[in-house]
Each structure stands twice: as C-alpha cells, then as structure tokens.
Ligand binder design. Structure first.
Ligand SMILES: Nc1nc2c(ncn2[C@@H]2O[C@H](COP(=O)(O)OP(=O)(O)OP(=O)(O)O)[C@@H](O)[C@H]2O)c(=O)[nH]1
Ligand SMILES: [Mg+2]
Length: 418
C-alpha cells in the first residue's frame, strides 16, 4: 500500500462531508451529482487504495550471475546478501522490502542455486526445476527476471532449455501468464571492461548490441523492437518468444547502469494493482507522474458524468469536492500525504487562500473560483475539461513546482487529453 491507507480513508470522509455541506439552489441536481460524479470518484480512490498491493518479483539464474546485486540495484538499497558462494540447497528466499517513508513494500523472491553452474555438463537437475515450480506456485510472481551474466551467455544456454517447460507449467497451473524478462547482467565486464560506460565507448555499445542480437536471433528466434529508439543498446522488447524483453544492465553497487530502463519495463508490465507500490518506492517522479496523469484522465471522465442535466453556474461548487480529492491524491503521488491540507496547499499556490479557519462551505465557495467556465451552466464536457485543467495545473505544481493556471491547460490541450 503506497498511499497511507488511514489518511486516505479520512480524506474520503472529509470530501463526502464537504459535498454535503455545500449549499445549493437545486437539491435534485445535488443528489444527481452525488450519484453520477462524487460516488464514482470516491470509489475510484477507494479502489486504488484498497486493491493496491506489493509487487512480487522473482529472480532466477545461475549462481554468481548477480541476482542479489540486481535486487539491491532495483531497490536502491542493500537488502540482499551478495557474493555468497557457500553451497546452498536449491531454495527460494523471499524478501519483503519495505520503503517506510513511501508506505510501500515489494516482495522479492531470490531463487538462489536453482541453476547450478558448477556442473556445466549436466542438464538442470529435476529437483531444481521442481523447486522453482513450487516457488512459483507459492509466491505467484508478477514477473520473473531471468538473470544471466552477459559474458557467460552461452554457458547459460541450458537455463533456457526448460523455459518452454516452465511456461507450460505456468499456463497449466496459474490463471495468468507471468512475464519473463531476460537480464544480461555485468554488462561492464563484457569484452573490454575498460571501455565503460557504453555512452562513452561506441565500440562497447556495439558489443552490447551484438551480444543481444546473438541471443535474440540465434537463441530465441524472436523479433525485436528497441525500448529506446535513440539508444538501441538499452534493450529490446521481444515478440515471438517466451521472453517479453531483453535488457543489459550493470548491477554492481556504485557502478549501476541501465537500471531505470529495467525498472520502467518491469513497471509497465505489472498488474495495475502492483504498480503504485512498485513506482512509489523508487523516489523517481516520472513513473508516478504517469500514474497521476492516468488519475486525471479518469477523474475528468467521471466529472463528465454530470450528464445531460447541466449544473447551474450558481451550484458549480458541487464540482469542488471531487476536484479536491483529485488534487490531494496527485499531491500524494508526488510525495505529500493524501489530506485536505495538501489540496489547500495547491489552492493557496494557485491564489485561492482558504486558511485553516475557514469552514468547508467557504473552502468550496472559494475553490469554485478556480473552475474555468463561462456561460450559465456546466455541461458534462465542460465539467470534464475544467477538471482536467485543474488536475494538470495541480500536477505541474506538485511535480514540477510550477504555477500554471487550469485555464492554460484547457486551451493548450483541447481535444488532446494526453
Ligand atoms: N562487474 C560486475 N560485477 C557484478 C555485477 N553484478 C554483480 N557482480 C558481482 O558478482 C558477484 C556475484 O553477485 P551476486 O549478486 O552475489 O550473485 P547471485 O546471483 O546472487 O549469486 P548466488 O546468490 O550465489 O546465486 C559479486 O561479487 C558481485 O559484486 C555487475 O553488474 N558488474
Ligand atoms: Mg544471491
């Protein structure tokens, strides 16, 4: 749960009270807005918060290829023990990584020793495979990261022999498919380790790309599409393969490389319910801003539910509660708490001063000034557009520290709600 559950519950109650406290000329319209707009808005946030859960990431790969280092690199802190060469029984080791300030948790399953590289001539042992299968059933991972050291890709060929079996097993035993991502780790040690990073050594960049091409065409028979059109050696999305993507990284602490590409790729392929915890933990604003943009789109659609009976301008304050709810949650995604105060902070920045002494009615009256509308009544499409403008303005404030009026978004992005 990435956004504080208790605070959010309080916020939902406050918003409900705020709505009830708004004096209106037309009670019928008020109850209609409650049903068509406020209700769905409260439900949307309730769902976001209630269904949100930790992502479950599973790592597999041969001993010493850097699974534990990669866990630490992804989490941005030391949580897994690295360089542990003691003989280990094939077993899984779940970590619950908590990111306390961000209210989020990840579950990471490090299936160490499943592939035993000390016996290169043998196929993967049966008990190792069944251990991995049990682990999958037990933890139901959202994504499986297959880690291979880039210089030892050909030695990892046997890892891949049973991927079809693994995929079949997943299909038969789980109701959903688990995305499988191939990670070519230790990219820095591939070919000449002195030529690093690849951004500064074109020859190294070409080496990385060539090695990926070898895996994609010779080992996987897949087709590829670069994740970053300008920088193909950051990795590829694959089709026609059991693997969803192939991404080279370096996960050595203090010399991390291309980890954000991997984080973005994992996040994009997680179920929605696991995305909030996944992204919130990272202290990176770009993916959270994406969640915020999704929220703004949903809320402007909800506001559009005003429907065929437009709200008279005199009662426009009825839109304020859902907009305040949206503003608070955008603030929460940016790292504030989901409280009324967060929405008031934005309003103050936007020039609407509703201090602590004001009652809810006054808040609604003042905040309604922000809704950019003209004319006599607010139709569904105007309610949608103005909610969208306010959302974008709040997003610019919380994420970029910029004051931009809702009006400026309304005209700028007309018909292009991206
Ligand atoms: N140069 C370099 N070294 C790495 C990288 N990633 C990991 N290592 C080193 O490789 C060694 C093994 O890494 P681990 O993360 O312990 O590997 P593991 O897959 O967890 O190993 P087991 O738990 O034994 O299966 C350590 O000495 C790491 O420091 C990398 O990207 N570049
Ligand atoms: Mg390990």
């Amino acid at each position: 749960m990435a956004i504080d559950k208790v605070k959010t519950k309080e916020l939902l109650e406050t918003i409900d009270e705020l709505f009830d406290a708004i004096p209106v000329k037309n009670e019928a319209i008020k109850s209609q807005i409650k049903k068509l707009v406020l209700g769905p808005a409260l439900d949307d946030i309730r769902k976001l918060v209630d269904e949100s859960r930790p992502p479950v990431l599973m790592l597999m790969g041969q001993r010493g290829h850097g699974k534990s280092s990669l866990i630490n690199a992804l989490a941005g802190k030391d949580v897994a023990e690295t360089n542990d060469f003691q003989a280990q029984e094939p077993q899984d080791e779940p970590y619950l990584i908590t990111f306390a300030e961000e209210y989020s948790t990840w579950k990471v399953v490090d299936t160490r020793g499943v592939f035993e590289s000390s016996k290169p001539d043998e196929s993967v042992e049966d008990d190792a495979i069944s251990a991995l299968k049990n682990s999958i059933l037990k933890h139901k991972p959202d994504v499986i990261l297959h880690v291979m050291a880039m210089p030892q890709v050909s030695a990892a060929e046997k890892d891949m022999e049973f991927r079809a079996e693994l995929k079949k097993f997943i299909k038969e035993n789980l109701k959903y498919d688990i995305p499988l991502v191939m990670i070519l780790n230790k990219a820095d040690t591939f070919k000449n380790p002195r030529q690093w990073p690849p951004e500064e050594f074109a020859i190294k960049a070409a080496d990385l790309d060539e090695q990926m091409e070898y895996v994609i065409s010779s080992m996987l028979n897949a087709s590829k599409k670069p994740l970053n059109a300008n920088i193909p050696y950051y990795g590829y999305e694959l089709s026609g393969s059991d693997y969803l993507g192939i991404i080279p990284v370096a996960s050595l602490k203090d010399d991390l490389w291309n980890i954000n590409t991997l984080l973005d790729f994992i996040g994009k392929n997680l179920p929605e319910s696991a995305q909030l915890d996944f992204f919130q933990a990272q202290k990176r604003s770009i993916p959270l801003k994406k969640l915020s943009s999704d929220l703004i789109k949903r809320f402007s659609t909800i506001a559009g539910g005003v429907g065929s009976t437009p709200i008279p301008i005199a009662d426009i304050a009825l839109l304020v509660p859902i907009q305040m709810l949206m503003i608070s949650v955008i603030g929460a995604l940016s790292g504030r708490t989901a409280t009324k105060e967060t929405a008031l902070e934005y309003l103050a920045a936007a020039g609407i001063n509703v201090g602590a002494g004001f009652g809810l009615r006054e808040v609604a009256r003042q905040a309604a000034k922000l809704i950019p509308v003209g004319g006599f009544a607010v139709s569904g499409s105007i309610a949608a557009a103005s909610t969208w403008g306010i959302g974008k303005s709040a997003e610019a404030y919380f994420f970029n520290n910029e004051i931009k009026s809702p009006e400026s978004f309304k005209t700028l992005d007309k018909g292009n709600k991206e």
